[in-house]
Design a protein around this ligand. Structure first.
Ligand code: MSP
Length: 653
């Protein structure tokens, strides 16, 4: 098949709409975007899918807690994901929502097919269910007889009528798939745990629920409207319904997917259930299910309740989107966990991007301007620099296969080797000496070599840093296109004559951390404790005792909370027990000493300012997970409240 008609389909997981996007979501999406952009550049007919996962009990409960209908709530959060990806210039071809009508029809169509094939039957399910993971677990899998083995939250025992998918029928076929396609699961190291899991035996999978109704109904032909589909069946099928499966199937020509990106936490669903569903539907299987690791802060999982979530938009706004993309792709080998730190990001910007890449471009425009009035010809490059050219071409040729096997950090390592060849050549050959000695032809060949290196590197970095590379291309007078790729990379040709345009520094040096949000600083103060402590000591030495720095102030997380419930604490004169929504998955229980000043009923529905990062404390045997701010004088005690209603969880600063 010629490259231009080769189809490449890339997918991200679809994101749950019960949370805002954090760097973990941005990571998956940026990797997928990089693959899609590279595929388009190479000339493949590429389709890139992302979207949101909107059904299930978890979403219904989150909506209810916010007093919204599930659809209203899903519209709002899905809109935020889409807006973020648009802001990040993510080059998706379709943004699917599982509440889309075509998706629902497609899922029902798939259900019917599986049923007709004899892969679905009706039975009764009894088991431990984790709402957060929307998954059943056996007793043996639970932590301490109750906790979910994936997220640790308590599970609940559920008994209900359910439809089942005959997953047990697919055990042998799945094992054969893994054996015959050792790169089906990437990185390969992750395949072992899946193979072990499947070898241990597969239970049939419960694929419908009757305990709630926020989901896709069964097809009419089933005549059973008590049931909605299990959210993972509904969600996984998005990868084909987005291509029109069961409706307008024209885009099914993109199936099977080349790479389906997932986080390691959802590998099991994609490496076991998904291929089994596809086998049942008699559809071909994707080439790769690629599972990346997790981003942590200070070695801890990010979560709203811990207050250590990194907002990708804040990072991109502060440091630049392309630098953020580069950092995520370069810093961590695919599949491994990574810890986010502003220091590491700054080092990458100052060293790799500023020194190695940005500076080389400066040197090109400096030398071409000074010696050749910005006009460069490649005509003598091969005469003087065949060795360097061969080296560059070999590296770039060997680097590209690393992309689809998800060794993206190694791919970038290789490209940086090429930049080193360029930077080193300038030092080794000293074009300024050549010019002094009248060896103009040689000096031109050298500057042209560097310009060619920069052009080739730019083509191969466009998928990683589209905006900055656009600027480099503008400076070199080249176009980032499949035609240029074919000429300069595939056919290893050299540039035509070009005129260089001088541009501003692409990656100015960053000396100081640029993020100053409470969350980031709080975590960073743990990560870089010694440095911050020294800083604090220095400031304290210089400042009067009762003044604090803004850093110290931000160590306290203040949020607006909505009081959902209030009860008197029996036998206590002072205490009220409150349930306060601070924008997290579940409300916080706060025990407040305000009974003498407020009745329980008068508080329900009102808002107050909450200290959200206090260590939990026990008051009269009850855990208090925060504190309300109040002011007390001779006129009594009054809670501090926002002047106008605020969204629960809004930060106070
Ligand atoms: N809705 C399901 C996916 C269904 S796909 C048919 C889901 N959604 S999610 O929003 O919870 O997570 C989506 C992706 O984000 C997952 O791949 C997950 O691994 C990734 N991340 C969420 N937190 C993460 C980090 N802290 N770090 C890296 N990625 C993580 O699961």
């Amino acid at each position: 098949m010629s490259d231009s008609c080769k189809k490449v389909y890339i997918t991200t997981p679809i994101y749950y709409v019960n949370d805002v996007a954090h760097i973990g979501h941005a990571y998956t999406t940026i990797i997928a975007d990089m693959l899609a952009r590279y595929s388009r550049l190479v000339g493949y007919d590429t389709y890139f899918l992302t979207g949101t996962d909107e059904h299930g009990q978890k979403i219904a409960t989150s909506a209810e807690q916010r007093g919204k209908s599930p659809k209203e709530y899903a519209d709002e959060v899905s809109g935020k994901f889409k807006a973020l990806w648009d802001d990040f210039d993510i080059s998706y071809d379709k943004f699917i929502r599982t509440t889309d009508e075509e998706h629902k029809i497609g899922v029902q169509h798939a259900f019917t097919k599986m049923y007709e094939k004899g892969d679905i039957y009706k039975g009764t399910y009894e088991g431990n269910y984790c709402v957060s993971c929307e998954t059943f677990f056996t007793d043996a899998q639970l932590i301490d007889g109750e906790g979910c083995p994936d997220c640790g939250k308590p599970t609940s025992m559920i008994k209900e009528e359910s439809y089942f998918f005959k997953l047990s029928n697919y055990q042998e076929k799945l094992l054969k798939l893994y054996e015959e396609n050792p790169e089906f699961i990437l990185p390969k190291s992750k395949a072992k745990e899946i193979i072990n899991f499947v070898s241990g035996g597969l239970n049939d999978l419960s694929i419908s629920r009757t305990s709630f109704d926020w989901g896709v109904k069964l097809p009419d032909s089933m005549n059973d409207d008590k049931h909605v589909m299990y959210v993972w069946l509904d969600a996984l099928l998005n990868y084909i319904t987005a291509l029109g499966y069961g409706t307008d199937e024209a885009n099914m020509q993109y199936w099977p997917a080349k790479v389906q990106l997932v986080g390691k936490d959802i590998l099991r669903f994609h490496a076991i259930f998904w291929p089994a569903f596809l086998m049942s539907l008699e559809l071909p299987l994707p080439d790769h299910i690629a599972a990346h690791g997790w981003w942590t802060r200070d070695g801890e999982k990010m979560s709203k309740s811990k207050g250590n979530v990194v907002d990708p938009k804040e990072v991109a706004d502060a440091y630049g989107l392309d630098a953020f993309r580069y950092f995520m792709l370069r810093e961590v080998p695919f599949g491994q966990d990574g810890d986010f730190s502003q220091r590491a990001l700054m080092d990458r910007i100052n060293s790799d991007l500023g020194n190695d890449l940005g500076n080389l471009l400066n040197r090109i425009s400096g030398m071409s301007g000074k010696y050749f009035d910005f006009k460069i010809t490649s005509k003598d490059v091969e005469k003087y620099h065949q060795k360097e050219l061969d080296e560059v071409h070999t590296i770039l040729e060997n680097a590209q296969p690393l992309i689809y096997t998800m060794q993206i950090n190694r791919y970038l390592d290789e490209i940086w080797k090429v930049l080193t060849i360029g930077n080193k050549a300038i030092g080794d050959y000293e074009p300024w000496t050549m010019m002094k000695e009248g060896r103009e032809e040689e000096a031109m060949a050298l500057v042209a070599l560097i310009t060619n290196i920069m052009a080739k590197v730019a083509l191969l970095l466009e998928s990683v840093m589209p905006e900055k590379i656009g600027k480099i291309a503008g400076s070199l007078g080249i176009e980032i296109s499949t035609e240029s790729y074919n000429k300069l990379i595939k056919n290893k040709e050299l540039l035509e004559d070009v005129t260089i345009t001088k541009i501003d520094a692409l990656f100015p040096r960053i000396e100081e951390e640029l993020l100053v949000t409470a969350d980031i600083q709080k975590v960073e103060s743990k990560v870089e404790k010694p440095r911050k402590e020294a800083q604090k000591q220095k400031q304290q030495d210089q400042e009067p005792d009762n003044l604090i720095t803004i850093d110290q102030f931000f160590e306290t997380t203040l949020k607006i909370g909505t009081i959902l419930e209030a009860q008197e604490v029996p036998k206590s004169k002072k205490l009220l027990k409150l349930q306060v929504d601070v924008g997290e998955e579940t409300p916080r229980q706060i025990i407040a000493g305000i009974k003498e000043f407020y009745s329980a009923e008068s508080l329900v529905g009102t808002q107050a300012c909450v200290v959200a990062n206090l260590k939990p404390a026990k008051l009269m045997g009850m855990e208090s997970q925060g504190m309300l701010l109040a002011a007390k004088d001779e006129n009594g005690l009054h809670l501090l409240r926002p002047e106008a209603q605020k969204v629960a969880g809004t930060k106070v600063s």
